[in-house]
Unconditional design. Structure first.
Length: 426
């Protein structure tokens, strides 16, 4: 009997890895695209002292150059349709006392196009080993793409200048510039009990804006949050955020691909933190229900809890609210409880669950499957998603078996390891 079980285990794992080769799951690439430009130990990086100060308003085209290190003081607004261009390799250090924050206002642009060998870095002003989440504000981009709030225009709750704090419009093709090969470290200042800045806030940002190869580490709130807008996002890394890795609301229309959230059980908010939090509105009374509801297409995503057998404050990998469309395909999710949590109001009927799809997903070491806040819905939900065509595979593997090199102390490689013979027979 023991031999038969062992053979069955070998057959299953070989089948699993062969299928993974046919349809790659999780982040993918011929090489490890996380090499060179990322940093998983930013507390010990020796950044140079600031030589120049950025403060006030930038109302004409401005260029930040690599030879300088910049001290971002207070809330700095780029206005008057100006473009802020940042050279590859430039370092901008956010001020602690004044909560340094960069705001690209409606109509203006940021061109921050780093290189794989020379990324642009936004980080804390504090010195080695004194940096912590929330040392400074973060980056906010306000665009003219549609949102579903009544009136089609809204403001962010971040105590910004009222005349400059507006986003939304009628142009899904709006262009707010480029963010590429950029690191954002130790942002997310807590403004009050209910107001916290994110690493990167994208509000009403349109699809001609390029956002790719961004690493946000140790944010004190969400890493990436989209308030409405219409975007293609790729090669994003969220590392040890305190709240959610990817948060979407206000009718955001987002294609997210080849991206990863890496969580630690004690870098989480006690109120509940997830990799994905997806909703269509904060308050239905403030929402134009004739407009698009939030729709997220997420493909080749890796969501991983770094500490095996240590749930800590890490909860479900994704929390999805009613009237929201969410598709997760060709992905890997490891170490959450449960795998997915649905708002109780969603119900267990096909008309509701058809908006939320999972296909070709490996669910590894998760305590629980797709569940509802309302326990009475769970049997119907389980039946709906148990269709073999969904190809949801529940596994129990060590991270070292599942990924090439899940070690952030080295140069981590979280691509799925289809050749790892250590998994065979276990």
């Amino acid at each position: 009997m023991k031999t038969k079980l062992r053979l069955a285990s070998i057959t299953f794992i070989i089948s699993f890895f062969a299928h993974a080769q046919q349809q790659p799951k999780g982040i993918t690439g011929n090489t490890n695209w996380m090499n060179n430009w990322t940093s998983f130990r930013p507390a010990v990086n020796d950044y140079s002292e600031a030589t120049n100060i950025i403060a006030g308003t930038i109302d004409k085209d401005t260029r930040l150059v690599k030879r300088n290190v910049y001290h971002l003081v207070g809330v700095v607004y780029v206005t008057n349709n100006a473009t802020l261009t940042i050279e590859p390799g430039t370092v901008i250090r956010g001020d602690d006392k004044t909560c340094g924050t960069l705001v690209i206002t409606n109509g203006s642009k940021i061109i921050a196009e780093g290189l794989e060998t020379d990324p642009i870095i936004f980080t804390s002003e504090k010195e080695i080993n004194n940096r912590k989440p929330g040392d400074w504000g973060g980056i906010i981009i306000l665009g003219k793409a549609p949102i579903n709030t009544l009136g089609g225009v809204h403001t962010l709750p971040f105590d910004l200048e009222p005349t400059l704090n507006h986003y939304g419009g009628q142009d899904p093709e709006d262009n707010s510039g480029i963010l590429k090969y950029v690191r954002i470290e130790y942002a997310g200042r807590k403004l009050s009990a209910s107001k916290e800045l994110n690493g990167l806030s994208l509000a009403g940002v349109g699809r001609k804006t390029i956002v790719s190869n961004i690493q946000i580490s140790f944010s004190n709130d969400d890493s990436f949050e989209c308030y409405g807008g219409d975007l293609n996002l790729s090669n994003l890394i969220s590392f040890r955020t305190t709240d959610d890795d990817f948060d979407f609301t206000q009718g955001a229309q987002i294609n997210l691909s080849n991206s990863i959230a890496i969580r630690h059980p004690f870098s989480s908010d006690i109120s509940g933190s997830r990799c994905f939090e997806v909703d269509s509105y904060e308050k239905i009374a403030n929402t134009d229900m004739t407009k698009k509801m939030t729709k997220i297409n997420a493909s080749n995503i890796t969501l991983v809890n770094l500490e095996e057998n240590n749930q800590g404050l890490v909860r479900e990998s994704a929390y999805i609210r009613e009237n929201t469309f969410f598709n997760l395909t060709n992905s890997v999710v490891s170490g959450f409880e449960p795998f997915i949590l649905l708002e109780g109001a969603i119900g267990n009927g096909e008309v509701n669950l058809s908006k939320i799809n999972f296909k070709n997903v490996v669910v590894n070491n998760c305590k629980g499957e797709i569940e509802s806040e309302s326990a009475s819905n769970n049997s119907g939900i389980k039946n709906y998603y148990s269709n073999p065509q969904n190809d949801i595979q529940f596994t129990k593997m060590k991270l070292s078996e599942l990924f090439y090199l899940p070690n952030i102390k080295a140069n981590p490689d979280f691509r799925i390891n289809v050749n790892n013979t250590l998994a065979i027979g276990n």
